[in-house]
Design a protein around this ligand. Structure first.
Ligand code: KG4
Ligand code: ZN
Length: 333
């Protein structure tokens, strides 16, 4: 049994997984409410909250799995990328638990973790496949032939897709933060009312860009206002459609380039219903197989960190005490 800990941003997560891809427990304690009034995650507040939550969250995961620390034979933990202070809380906890029990520690890259979620039940997806990774901090197009070393085909040149959702929600004056709020606001809206401009493809057709779209929304909101509910729904639906369109175009390009005939989508934005519908259509048209995670496995969780530890670099006690967190992933380019 692997105990996994994730604390890279504003969710404190712990999970217990086994090497057959079974998730025995996955606990996620969100700090979203704590940060909402600041309009974004405040790093120092996140670290302090992780400190308070990490032990209860690990205990809750063990209880949910009906297991004790004696059942844990390795500990996986997010080493980066993310907020350094937040990461250090998870990393220090993992080191202390692992060293006390003299078990091995497996440091995991958060982005590889998102992709590794596909290894778990219920999907247990085998490579090769093309993969879109869209979260609050990253947006990447990947060719996955080996879970340990996905190849980056392209990525965002400015904002991440999740960031575009988050900023859009704020520009529309939604009372709740983030992508789920924008998705709800878009329900029943006319996605064709505001034709936001298409985004030019990068040189090789795999890069993305969202900052121009955000500016276009800002200008449109200034021109028409967002106080009338129907107007707000049409704005949200049109903006969401523009994000979805770009992601779907890059997914199509990745299928073409890799020739894999299989597509997967990971990261928080993969929970978006409009995007899931669009990719389902796309894969049907192309006769490709689409793998979609349950929404709870798209957003940050520790089970995916445990999954990335299968076959990962396991460090012996004594070799991991000096391990440091990192802010940027090598995969992000
Ligand atoms: O993967 P994740 O939980 O954390 C990071 O690694 O960043 O992704 C969080 C991002 C946020 O930007 C959030 O607004 C977005 O995923 N997100 C969504 C939805 N659920 C989460 N965006 C659009 N629609 C959703 N339903
Ligand atoms: Zn994430």
């Amino acid at each position: 049994m692997i105990l996994a800990i994730e604390s890279s941003c504003d969710d404190t997560c712990a999970a217990l997984v086994t090497r057959d891809g079974q998730v025995h427990a996955s606990i996620r304690s969100s700090q979203a409410d704590l940060h909402a009034r600041f309009g974004g995650v405040v790093p120092e507040i996140a670290s302090r909250r992780h400190l308070e939550l990490v032990v209860p969250v690990v205990e809750a995961a063990l209880a949910e799995a009906g297991a004790g620390l004696a059942d844990v034979d390795a500990i996986a933990v997010t080493q980066g990328p993310g907020l350094i202070g937040a990461l250090l809380v998870g990393l220090s906890t993992a080191k202390a638990l692992a060293y006390a029990r003299r078990v091995r520690l497996i440091p995991v890259d958060h982005l590889l973790g998102h992709v590794a979620a596909l290894r778990l039940a219920p999907l247990r997806l085998e490579p090769p496949f093309a993969c879109l990774l869209a979260s609050g901090g990253h947006t990447l197009v990947l060719d996955v032939r080996d879970y340990a070393a996905p190849v980056r085909l392209g990525g965002t040149r400015d904002d991440a897709a999740g960031e575009a959702f988050d900023k859009g929600a704020r520009l529309l004056g939604l009372s709740e933060a983030g992508g789920p709020a924008l998705e709800r606001a878009a329900l029943g809206g006319d996605a064709g009312r505001f034709p936001f401009p298409p985004v030019l493809r990068g040189q090789d057709g795999h890069d993305l860009s969202f900052s121009g779209l955000k500016t276009a929304l800002l200008r449109t909101v200034r021109a028409v206002g967002h106080d009338v509910p129907e107007m707000r729904a049409d704005l949200a639906a049109s903006y969401q459609a523009a994000i979805v369109r770009q992601l779907a175009e890059r997914a199509a390009a990745a299928l073409e380039k890799t020739g894999h005939g299989a597509l997967a989508m990971v990261g928080g934005v993969a929970a978006n219903g409009a995007l899931r519908a669009e990719l389902t259509d796309l894969c049907e048209r192309r006769g490709a197989r689409l793998s979609l995670l349950p929404p709870a496995m798209c957003v940050d969780n520790a089970a995916m960190i445990g999954a990335a530890a299968f076959g990962g670099r396991a460090l012996e006690p004594g070799d991991y005490l000096a391990l440091d967190a990192y802010a940027r992933s090598p995969l992000a380019g």
